[in-house]
Write a protein that binds this ligand. Structure first.
Ligand SMILES: C=CC1=C(C)c2cc3[nH]c(cc4nc(cc5[nH]c(cc1n2)c(C)c5CCC(=O)O)C(CCC(=O)O)=C4C)c(C)c3C=C
Ligand SMILES: [Fe+2]
Ligand SMILES: [Fe+2]
Length: 339
């Protein structure tokens, strides 16, 4: 095997830099069945995401999922697609740009490059590492933008990073941030985003914090994600000075027939109005950027479910996206991890 390396390196005068790699899940290149097939094939072939025996899963993926899902998913993506592209990627680029500006202000222009790499699709983690090492970065802080660690997300990002770096002759120093849900920067920004909504539309009957689900079996096998979601709810509830019963944790985006983490967001939204809960705020603190799962599944579908079930007020609180306090939190997190 041929390793990746630079041959024109100047041993005396080149300055070795620190750099930042922001990662997120990734998104299809276009809202079309063809692009969805490529994206879903890569995503759903990841054993960290679907942990069932590989041969069995290959059959299900190729004969049951890929012939149908790309078409139905493409329709959903068409509803959220913008002129600039998929919301997840548009926001990830805005986060990268703002964070780069913060580093430029503090350390001088281009002294700490910030790159963006997606776990699935484009821009890839491999291309982002190449961009950094081309700029002489030899010390990288890797920040997967998932506040609550989960093997299917941060764990999988680690795998992609390792797959890339094992091809390098000169492997950089790496600091991998596997989660950040207890950090002050994250909790401050999350609490502020909720408080701003309360100030605008009043105290609701209930605040729902909806996290992406995983199969229940992952929890039983030792994944801490479920616990970290509940911990997030507890910490943000304390910061807002609210009582426990004013805030509820739910799990969304179920996939397939097996049991996933509960309570399910969609079933909860359907049931709440009958229990007298007619005015809600809902946020998705596990998503650092708005995407299909928040814009379509929660703000559109979830809203419709709740209002049809007799709900009166439904306010979706956007993800932290490129809010200044979010970028401040990410900047603190990265710099605290500089060696
Ligand atoms: C099938 C298993 C899946 C697991 C486990 C899973 C975990 C998981 N995912 C996110 C974040 C996102 N998921 C997104 C989309 C998405 N997720 C799955 C499946 C699993 N996710 C699928 C098949 C899809 C694609 C859409 C669809 O066809 O339904 C996204 C949005 C991407 C976008 O382009 O907008 C995000 C973000 C987390 C945080 C997580 C575990 C904690
Ligand atoms: Fe997902
Ligand atoms: Fe979904």
């Amino acid at each position: 095997m041929q390793f990746t390396g630079q041959t024109e390196y100047d041993h005396e005068n080149s300055s070795l830099k620190k750099g930042v790699l922001l990662c997120n899940l990734g998104t299809p290149d276009a809202p079309t069945p063809k692009a969805l097939r490529t994206y879903l094939r890569q995503f759903l072939s990841d054993y960290r995401v679907i942990g069932i025996p590989k041969l069995l899963w290959w059959v299900i993926l190729n004969l049951v999922i890929l012939p149908f899902r790309p078409k139905s998913s493409a329709k959903l993506y068409q509803q959220v697609w913008t002129d600039q592209g998929s919301p997840l990627l548009v926001t990830a680029k805005a986060q990268q740009k703002k964070l780069q500006q913060r580093f430029d202000q503090q350390f001088g222009e281009g002294q700490v490059p910030v790159a963006l790499g997606m776990r699935y699709g484009n821009p890839s983690i491999e291309s982002a590492i190449q961009q950094l090492t081309d700029q002489n970065v030899r010390d990288i802080v890797v920040l997967p933008l998932y506040p609550q660690y989960c093997a299917a997300t941060a764990g999988s990002t680690w795998d992609a990073l390792a797959d890339t770096l094992k091809k390098y002759r000169w492997v950089p120093s790496v600091r991998f941030i596997n989660g950040y849900h207890t950090t002050d920067g994250y909790l401050t920004a999350l609490a502020a985003s909720i408080q701003q909504q309360i100030d605008k539309t009043g105290m609701p009957d209930k605040i729902i914090l909806s996290f992406h689900g995983t199969p229940e079996s992952y929890l039983k096998q030792g994944d801490p994600y479920h616990c970290f979601c509940h911990q997030t709810t507890r910490l943000v509830t304390e910061r807002l000075g609210l009582e426990k019963d004013q805030v509820m944790t739910t799990f969304q985006s179920r996939f397939g027939k097996a049991a996933w983490l509960q309570p399910y967001t969609d079933k909860t939204l359907q049931a709440l109005p009958e229990q007298g809960v007619k005015n809600i705020l809902i946020a998705c603190p596990g998503f650092s950027a708005d995407c299909l799962e928040t814009i379509e599944e929660i703000d559109a579908e979830g809203r419709e479910t709740f209002m049809h079930a007799g709900g009166e007020q439904f306010h979706y609180i956007p993800a932290l996206n490129d809010r200044d306090d979010h970028i401040d939190g990410l900047y603190d997190l990265v710099t605290k991890n500089f060696s």
